[in-house]
Ligand binder design. Structure first.
Ligand code: SAH
Length: 348
C-alpha cells in the first residue's frame, strides 16, 4: 500500500509536483502553501479560493496531518502557556509558549518520547515512541498562534525528543519555517538543542543554516556526564567540542551550553572550575538551569544562593553566564512532565 502523503509535510516544490501528477494546476500549490504556512489554515475547507471539488479531493487524497489542543495550562506567574497536543494517531506531545519582552518564543517537541535516557528528564521515561514529521513540528507553532492570536518570533527545538535523532524531518522543519514564502521566521531566531550527537552536529554544520546551536552539557567531564547522560558513553566531550568548533567555523553563531544544576552532582567549586576551563576562549553562553524536580527521580536543584554563587564563580573566570528564568514551574514546565502525568492518569 502506498504511504499517505500529508500535504503539510511538503515543501512548495514538492506540492507543485504532487498536484501536477494528480492532474491539477500547479499554481494551486502556491495558494495552498500560503493557506497552510502564512495564514495558518488547518483545514481545506478554510481555503476559500480553491474550488470546492478540489478541496474535497485533496481532503481524501492528500490529507492534512493536524494536531488538536488537548489541554492548555497558563502560568499565573509569568504567562507561560504549556500545550498538550493530541496527534492524529492519538499520541501526545508538549509545546511551551514563553512570552518575553522581545517577542514570543515557542519550545517545540521533535519526537514522541525520546531514547537518549538522560536520568533527570521526564521525556525519556517511556523511551522513544516515534519521530514527528516536519508538518507536526510546524503545526505546534501554527496551532499556538491560532490559539493566542499572537505572532511567534522565535522557535527553540528544546521540547520532548532529541532533534538530531530525527535529523531529516528536523532540517526540513527548519528550512520550511524560515522559508520566505512560508512562515518566514529568520534562521537567526531558531535554536536547536542537542545532547551531543556528533555525526548530527557535523552534518548540521554543512547545511549552511544560520540557526543557533545549544548543547546540553550538564557536566564538565566525561566521567560525571556518563552518570547522568548515557549518550556520554557514545561520544566524549572532546569529540563533541571538536564538532561544535566545526559548527562555529561554518556559521559563527554564538554557542549556548545548557547546564542543569543538580545538588551534589554537578554543582561543586571543582565543577565550576573545570567547566570554565572547558569553554574558555569560545564565543559562548552558559545557561544555568536549576534542575526541575521530576517525580520519578530524586534529583534536586541547589538552593538559590548556591546557584548564584556557581554563576559568580564562572563569571570570575570570564565566562558569560545566565540563570534561566524559571518559566512556568507552577504548570509542570519541565519537558515531558505533563504528557507523562496525562498518559498515566487519564489513559492508562
Ligand atoms: N534532546 C535535546 C532537547 C530536549 S531537552 C537536548 O538534550 O538538548 C531540553 C533541555 O532541557 C535539555 O538541556 C535537557 O537536558 C533539559 N532538561 C530535561 N529535563 C530537565 C529537568 N528535569 N530539569 C532541567 N532541565 C531539564
Amino acid at each position: 500500500m502506498e504511504k499517505t502523503v500529508y500535504m503539510n509535510d511538503l515543501t512548495l516544490g514538492e506540492m507543485r509536483e504532487r498536484l501536477a501528477e494528480a492532474g491539477e494546476k500547479p499554481f494551486r500549490a502556491a495558494q495552498i502553501y500560503e493557506w497552510l504556512h502564512v495564514k495558518n489554515a488547518d483545514t481545506y475547507e478554510a481555503m476559500t479560493n480553491l474550488p470546492k471539488s478540489l478541496r474535497e479531493r485533496l481532503a481524501t487524497e492528500m490529507p492534512l496531518r493536524t494536531l488538536a489542543i488537548e489541554e492548555v495550562r497558563e502560568s499565573a506567574v509569568d504567562g507561560t502557556r504549556k500545550y498538550l497536543f493530541r496527534l492524529a494517531d492519538g499520541q501526545f506531545i508538549e509545546s511551551v509558549l514563553m512570552r518575553y519582552h522581545h517577542g514570543n518564543s515557542v519550545c517545540i517537541s521533535s519526537q514522541v518520547g525520546c531514547r537518549m535516557g538522560c536520568r533527570f528528564c521526564a521525556s525519556t521515561l517511556g523511551g522513544l515512541v516515534r519521530n514527528l514529521s516536519s508538518g507536526e513540528m510546524l503545526g505546534q507553532v501554527y496551532a499556538i498562534e491560532r490559539d493566542t492570536g499572537e505572532r511567534v518570533s522565535n522557535v527553540v527545538i528544546m521540547g520532548m525528543g532529541e532533534p538530531l535523532d530525527n535529523y531529516d524531518q528536523v532540517v526540513r522543519f527548519l528550512r520550511m519555517i524560515s522559508d520566505d514564502k512560508g512562515h518566514n521566521i529568520s534562521e537567526r531566531n531558531l535554536t536547536l538543542s542537542t545532547c551531543g550527537l556528533v555525526p548530527g552536529i557535523r552534518r548540521l554544520a554543512e547545511e549552511k543554516l544560520m540557526i543557533n546551536l545549544a548543547l546540553s552539557l550538564h557536566a564538565p567531564n566525561d566521567e560525571r556526564r556518563r552518570q547522568i547522560m548515557p549518550v556520554a558513553n557514545a561520544y566524549s566531550l572532546d569529540q563533541i567540542f571538536e564538532a561544535l568548533r566545526g559548527y562555529y567555523e561554518a556559521n559563527h553563531r554564538r554557542l549556548t551550553f545548557e547546564y542543569s544544576l543538580i545538588a551534589g552532582v554537578n554543582d561543586t567549586d571543582e565543577c565550576a572550575r573545570e567547566l570554565a576551563a572547558r569553554v574558555r576562549g569560545m564565543n559562548c553562553l552558559i545557561n544555568l538551569i536549576p534542575v526541575n524536580p521530576v517525580r520519578e527521580n530524586d534529583f534536586r536543584a541547589p538552593q538559590g544562593p548556591h546557584v548564584a554563587a556557581f554563576k559568580k564563580k564562572l563569571e570570575n573566570y570570564g565566562i558569560n553566564v545566565t540563570i534561566r528564568r524559571e518559566m512556568g514551574r507552577d504548570i509542570e514546565g519541565a519537558c515531558g512532565q505533563l504528557r507523562k502525568r496525562y498518559t498515566e492518569t487519564v489513559h492508562v
